[in-house]
Ligand binder design. Structure first.
Ligand code: SAM
Ligand code: DTB
Ligand code: SF4
Length: 348
């Protein structure tokens, strides 16, 4: 099977997959999916926006950029206690991974003690941890990894060729450098992109080529459908043909067969048939819970009903006792340093 995990895809091969008749592509993706995964299991992550709005970057799709008037209230970094409350609620409603996102270009030195305490606290609850905080240098990546962060999300967003039309405040190479630092630190990589931003099929192929030709594939590949937010430059972007979205999922599945491909932003605008088709194309992860970071997501009970109707089961996460013990030790240290009973209790 390992020879099916390739890192030498050519542009012609990626384009050819997109050009296949739809049924042939779906068959190929399903066949690949079944060799690596149980096709009826889906991994469930819940998002939490730990720092919302007022971001200095200019990503044309993003409601959190300070450059666009999207009516979003800026918020300070959440308290560790509040994040842990949200994580408990996410676990109680069925999530196995908790993904914390911040509207930052990159974390500042003063933020690190708080975010690492969040990681240790969430981890000690028996959840997998993920963060997306912008660009990381090697030392920051290592600090997060040492705190017990399992995944770091940092998307390439689109092809290198289309990238300049979407973001000017950080380069494609900056993103690749952050992903390199994450990989080097020992954390798992979560990286994907957004479709429906006016890119063409070659750009969607170009994005997947970048991801699939990395020395190691990202363990998690979010495929986001653009959520069009009033006030952003992409608010009036024409809709992408839903079949082109499904094709992107299918090609991601074929090019990165052992990775979890996540049906990410945009589910609120998809009907159930389209979501079922995305699962058939090889998507095996979702964001779960009523909110993404700032925009709506389907209600949790609606998702559970859909899973039931499709015979889909949640992918379980096996808690590693050593990891939990490590997280508890870190929490106890944080509690002592802050002389804070809450952390002490959370660590027990
Ligand atoms: N600020 C950090 C960064 O950009 O690296 C982390 C948070 S940022 C909101 C995480 C990702 O969310 C972006 O890379 C982008 O892929 C996705 N995203 C943001 N706004 C979106 C939208 N309107 N539709 C779809 N995806 C979106
Ligand atoms: C990812 O690829 N998608 C998520 C997560 N990683 C952080 C974010 C989607 C955000 C959608 C717009 C919003 O809710 O603000
Ligand atoms: Fe800031 Fe991230 Fe939004 Fe870009 S995507 S504007 S970096 S929050």
């Amino acid at each position: 099977m390992s020879d099916m995990i390739r890192h030498n895809w050519t542009r012609d091969q990626a384009n050819a997959l997109f050009q296949l008749p739809f049924s042939d592509l779906m068959f190929k993706a399903q066949t690949m999916h079944r060799q690596f995964f149980d096709p009826n299991q889906v991994q469930i992550s819940t998002l939490c926006s730990i720092k919302t709005g007022a971001c200095p970057e200019d990503c044309a799709y993003c409601p959190q950029s300070a450059r666009y008037d999207t009516g979003l209230e800026r918020e300070k970094l959440m308290k560790v206690e509040s994040v842990l409350e949200e994580a408990k609620a996410a676990k109680a409603s069925g999530a196995t991974r908790f993904c914390m996102g911040a509207a930052w270009r990159s974390p500042k030195k003063k933020d690190m003690p708080y975010v690492t305490a969040m990681v240790a606290g969430v981890k000690s609850l028996g959840l997998e941890t993920c963060m997306t905080l912008g660009m990381l240098d090697q030392a920051q990546a290592q600090e997060l990894s040492d705190a017990g962060l399992d995944y770091y999300n940092h998307n390439l967003d689109t092809s290198p060729e289309y990238y300049g039309d979407i973001i000017t405040t950080r380069t494609y190479q900056d993103r690749l450098d952050t992903l390199g630092n994450v990989r080097e630190s020992g954390m798992k990589v979560c990286s994907g992109g957004i479709v429906g931003m006016g890119e063409d099929e070659g750009d969607r192929a170009g994005l997947l080529l970048q991801l699939a030709n990395m020395p190691q594939h990202p363990e998690s590949v979010p495929v986001n459908m653009l959520v069009k937010v009033e006030g952003t430059p992409l608010a009036d972007q024409a809709d992408l043909d839903p079949f082109d979205f499904i094709r992107t999922v299918a090609v991601a599945r074929i090019m990165m067969p052992a990775s979890h491909v996540r049906l990410s932003a945009g589910r609120e605008e998809m009907n159930e048939q389209m979501q079922a088709m995305a699962f058939m194309a090889g998507a095996n992860s979702i964001f779960y819970g009523e909110k993404l970071l700032t925009t709506p997501n389907p209600e949790a009970n609606k998702d559970m009903q859909l899973f039931k109707r499709l015979g889909i089961r949640r992918e379980e996460y096996e808690v590693n006792e050593d990891d939990t013990a490590h997280a508890e030790t870190l929490m106890a240290a944080v509690a002592e340093a802050r002389n804070d009973q809450f952390f002490y209790n959370a660590a027990k």
